[in-house]
Design a protein around this ligand. Sequence first.
Ligand code: ZN
Length: 138
Amino acid sequence: MEYMPSGVPGPEPSFDDREYWERCQQKRLAFQACSACGKCRHPPGPYCPHCSSDQITWVEAPTVGELFSYTVIYHPAHESVRSRVPYNVVIVAFPDLGVRVISNVVNAAPDELQFGMPLKLVWGQASNGQAIPLFEKM
Ligand code: ZN
């Protein structure tokens, strides 16, 4: 499933988020969690923002999140998305884990998005072959 046109650049993993993207490539959405205090965080980083521990474990995300916030893009910020406007950019919350991810809802018109609506995790593929977490309205 592709939400964006093929010319849109995909994510380029860095040292801190390489493991996150490797799990995504296996179609597993997981977040870093602190081994010391147990709190999750996203995006991935080397230290816990709550207790500064560098001990990391990973927690699988539920397959359903909720729409925390969104915007609808009408003016293309990059030539590669000119054919795609209007499109949404959403923040999906996983309240039980205390983390949020930025994504898209692939099957909703702009006027169908509602704060708090449940969103089901699906997988797309960026133009560089990276699997990316996307969401569908339920
Ligand atoms: Zn911690």
